[in-house]
Design a protein around this ligand. Structure first.
Ligand SMILES: Nc1ncnc2c1ncn2[C@@H]1O[C@H](COP(=O)(O)OP(=O)(O)OP(=O)(O)O)[C@@H](O)[C@H]1O
Ligand SMILES: [Mg+2]
Length: 152
């Protein structure tokens, strides 16, 4: 999936589309690294994604607390929690932070969705079936968003 969005609303729609693809698939868990400069639309994308899963709470940036958990209400038999992680602030040891947050127990587990802003910092640790979602500023409110499977 690769698209250009012209507004925050369109980036939310892209997040919804990514969630819909997940819902239509057979997958029972999802991990995605969201990669892109400051203000490129990562949190906005998560907001659209979360809406699609029936999460009505406002999605706030988890920058200062690193991780927020939301209960997935729309598909209770299939998905339990959406974990929204933000690694912007972690300076040195992403591996240790990932361990402290319990990510090794969370990601890849049935029922868990883990979306990680600045996820390139833990790219080498991600489960092999993870996704990369890359955001690029194209000027004048335009963003390029590309979804790929993790290659390494
Ligand atoms: N096409 C677009 N898609 C997404 N956001 C856009 C777009 N055009 C303008 N914006 C604005 O850019 C900002 C994107 O902010 P957002 O918090 O989603 O970025 P972010 O990638 O999470 O940043 P950070 O790295 O600081 O967490 C918002 O203020 C939004 O209104
Ligand atoms: Mg953000």
């Amino acid at each position: 999936m690769e698209i250009f969005t012209k507004s925050a609303a369109e980036t939310k729609e892209a997040g919804k589309r990514f969630a819909n693809d997940l819902i239509k698939s057979e997958k029972t868990h999802l991990t995605a690294a969201l990669i892109g400069d400051l203000g490129s639309g990562k949190t906005t994308f998560v907001q659209g994604f979360a809406e699609c899963l029936g999460i009505n709470q406002r999605i706030l940036s988890p920058t200062f607390i690193l991780m927020r958990k939301y209960l997935v209400t729309n598909f209770p038999d299939r998905f339990k929690g959406l974990y929204h992680v933000d690694f912007y602030r972690i300076p040195e040891n992403p591996h240790e932070e990932a361990r402290n947050l319990g990510l090794f127990e969370l990601w890849g587990q049935v029922g868990n969705i883990v979306l990680i802003e600045w996820g390139e910092k833990v790219k080498d640790l991600l489960p092999l079936d993870s996704y990369l979602v890359e955001f690029k500023h194209q000027g004048q409110g335009i963003r390029n968003i590309a979804v790929n499977t993790l290659k390494r």
